[in-house]
Every structure is written in C-alpha cells, then in structure tokens.
Design a protein around this ligand. Structure first.
Ligand SMILES: Nc1ncnc2c1ncn2[C@@H]1O[C@H](COP(=O)(O)OP(=O)(O)OP(=O)(O)O)[C@@H](O)[C@H]1O
Ligand SMILES: [Mg+2]
Length: 337
C-alpha cells in the first residue's frame, strides 16, 4: 500500500453538552500516518486524545458525532462503514489496545480462544488454522511457551502478559493501523519498556502504522517518528519527533517539555515540581482566540481574539506545523532577515 495508513482531515467531533448545546472536544484535527510510522498524540488530560482514538474505531461515546472532516484507514472512509463492514473493520484493518490490559479480555474464556475468535470472525479460517496462527503470533509477541500460556485464563496472567495477549489479538488479522491509547500506563516501568519495545519491533517488521497516546514524553522521544501536540482539542504543533524535541515552537509544547522530569535528574527535595501554571479549559469554556492564551507567557492582544491557523513552518526534518501567532511571526522575521 502506498498511501497513508491513517488519514484524518479537518476532523471536528461534537458531543451534546448537559444543556443540549454542542461541545467540540476535537476541532480541525488533521493527521497522516504512513505504514511503519509511529505517531504520538500528546497533550494534557482532557485534550481529546482518547476521543480521537475512539472516533477512528467508531467506538465513540453515545452522542458523539463527526461534525466535520473525515477519517480514512487505508483509504477507506470510516464514517461510511456500518453493520458487518464496520465489524470487520474493527480488529481487521485496525487493531486497538487500551490502558487496562484486562479490559479486552473475558475473564472466563481461555486467552488462546479469545485470540482465535478474533481471527475466526475476521477471516473465517478453520479452527485448526486459527489455533496454529495464534501459537505463532503468541510466540512472536513473547508469550512463551505459547501452548501453555494460551490455555490460561486472564487472571492467570501478569499485567505485562495480558498486554501482550491484547497486542496478539490486535495484530493477528494483520491490520494496517494499531491504535494504542496509553498502552503501558498501568504497567511497571520495566514491563512498560518491554511492551513498547515489542510495539516498536512490530511496526518495523510488519510495516504497521501506530498511533500511540502517551503522557510520557521520554517514551515519545524514544519511539515516535512524529508527534501531534493537542491542546484543548486543537493542534498546537505537529512535526517530526526530532523537531518537537529539539526545536519546539509552540509555547505549550515548550511548557510541556520544561515540565517533564529529566531522565537521570535527581531533583533537590526542596525543588517544587515544574508544572504548567493553570489548567486546561473545560469543554464549555474554551476561550476565544488561541485556546492556550490564558496560560501562555507569550500571549499578545491578537492571541486573545484571533484563532491562529496551523501554519507550515518548514522544519529541518520534514513537515512541521505550528498554531501560534507569536511563533509564526518570529519564524517569519528570522526567515526574512
Ligand atoms: N462520554 C463523554 N461525554 C461527555 N464528555 C466527554 C465524554 N468523554 C470525554 N469527554 C470530554 O471530552 C474531552 C476529551 O476527553 P478525552 O477522553 O479524549 O481526553 P484525553 O486527552 O484522552 O485525556 P486523558 O489524558 O485524561 O486520558 C474531555 O473534556 C472530556 O471530559
Ligand atoms: Mg485518554
């Protein structure tokens, strides 16, 4: 396949607020992920990361609508799917893993059968073929000895093993895209690393595109090729991982980077943790102009009144876009000089 595995164009999602008026938790989001690319979606709690993942899978909460824009996976318009085609799309073209490893698994069914069922639904292959494939994939994701592990019940697995089962089930039908919403947040640090290494290997080996939601910027820097920074439902900045981490242009991205613990840093006990002052706005109170202006140290009059466009800023390492009046002007001045 030559085109992007995931292509989101100007997506705006709507939810009904308590008084019935519409709320827009995601606004004008565009994103492309190529086969084999790992794209990270970052931003504070409530910025719309999980709703974006759910929209891709058409698993949005009740009442969530695509108000504008489109989502395509392997060229297929997700909004146009229904019934059997939608069912086959989920787990067939897109695999998903969530934060809670056990969330995917039925407690009373052996894990092998759960993986096999996914395959049988999507490909209609025989039970023997499916079992053979489940063993192969279990070994591939590090569940060894596969035969004995596949006979276990979910409660007999550690969190890391359960997440490997979830990954096996997510990729057994050879999807084009893996959506991973904080897949390692619930795991111990060492297990986190091994699960991320596995996802990284799989995307290289299988050409799987990955959308990874993570709060952990060290993880994003280590594994992501490209990054979307969301603030209150809109893109603040979008660029290659290298651009984001070496030349962040949006004051919000800069603040996120400053707020993260430095690897190997041992903060003196009396040093307060660095946090971004203030908190993100509620969905029914997103400020006009730039949504970040109320917390932005660089905000000017224009930022309070005019929504900044996401502007190409010519990164050194591929496409880079920033939605900030100040950053765009500074870049323009530098360019003209
Ligand atoms: N079912 C729902 N009904 C109403 N509002 C919702 C619903 N689900 C999410 N929201 C709101 O939509 C916004 C985006 O939520 P989302 O879960 O996508 O955030 P997130 O970026 O994944 O946050 P976190 O980092 O905490 O997981 C939030 O303001 C949230 O309160
Ligand atoms: Mg979330």
């Amino acid at each position: 396949m030559n085109g992007p595995a995931l292509e989101i164009d100007s997506l705006t999602l709507a939810l009904a607020g308590e008084d019935g008026s519409p709320l827009f938790p995601v606004r004008s989001l565009s994103m492309r992920i190529a086969p084999g690319e790992l794209h990270a979606l970052v931003g504070e709690s409530g910025s719309g990361k999980s709703l974006t993942c759910r929209a891709i899978l058409r698993l949005g909460p009740n009442g969530m609508r695509v108000r504008a824009g489109s989502i395509r996976v392997g060229g297929v318009d997700v909004s146009a799917l229904s019934g059997r085609r939608l069912h086959r799309f989920r787990g067939g073209r897109v695999g998903v893993i969530f934060q809670e490893p056990g969330a995917h698994l039925s407690p009373s069914i052996r894990v092998g059968r759960q993986i096999v069922e996914a395959l049988r639904i999507h490909t209609g292959c025989s039970r023997t073929e499916a079992r053979h494939k489940a063993e192969t994939i279990a070994e591939r994701v590090g569940l060894t000895p596969a035969r004995s592990i596949l006979r276990r019940y979910p409660h007999e697995l550690s969190g890391g093993m359960a997440q490997r089962v979830a990954i096996a089930a997510a990729i057994i039908c050879s999807p084009e895209l893996l959506v991973a919403d904080e897949p390692t947040t619930a795991l111990d640090a060492t297990v986190q690393k091994s699960v991320l290494e596995l996802i990284d290997e799989l995307r290289h080996d299988l050409g799987l595109a990955v959308l990874l939601v993570s709060h952990d910027l060290a993880v994003v820097e280590r594994y992501a090729d490209s990054v979307t920074v969301l603030y209150a439902g809109s893109v603040a900045e979008q660029a290659s991982s290298e651009e984001i981490f070496t030349r962040p242009r949006h004051p919000y991205t800069q603040a996120l980077l400053r707020a993260r613990p430095q690897l190997g840093d041992i903060a003196p006990v009396d040093t307060p943790p660095l946090i971004i002052p203030g908190s993100p706005p509620a969905l029914n109170a997103i400020p006009g102009g730039c949504p970040f202006h109320t917390r932005c140290p660089a905000a000017e009059e224009l930022c309070r009144t005019v929504v900044p466009d996401l502007v190409e800023r010519g990164g050194d390492t591929g496409d880079a876009r920033v939605a900030c009046h100040v950053a765009t002007r500074v870049a323009g001045v530098a360019h003209d000089a």
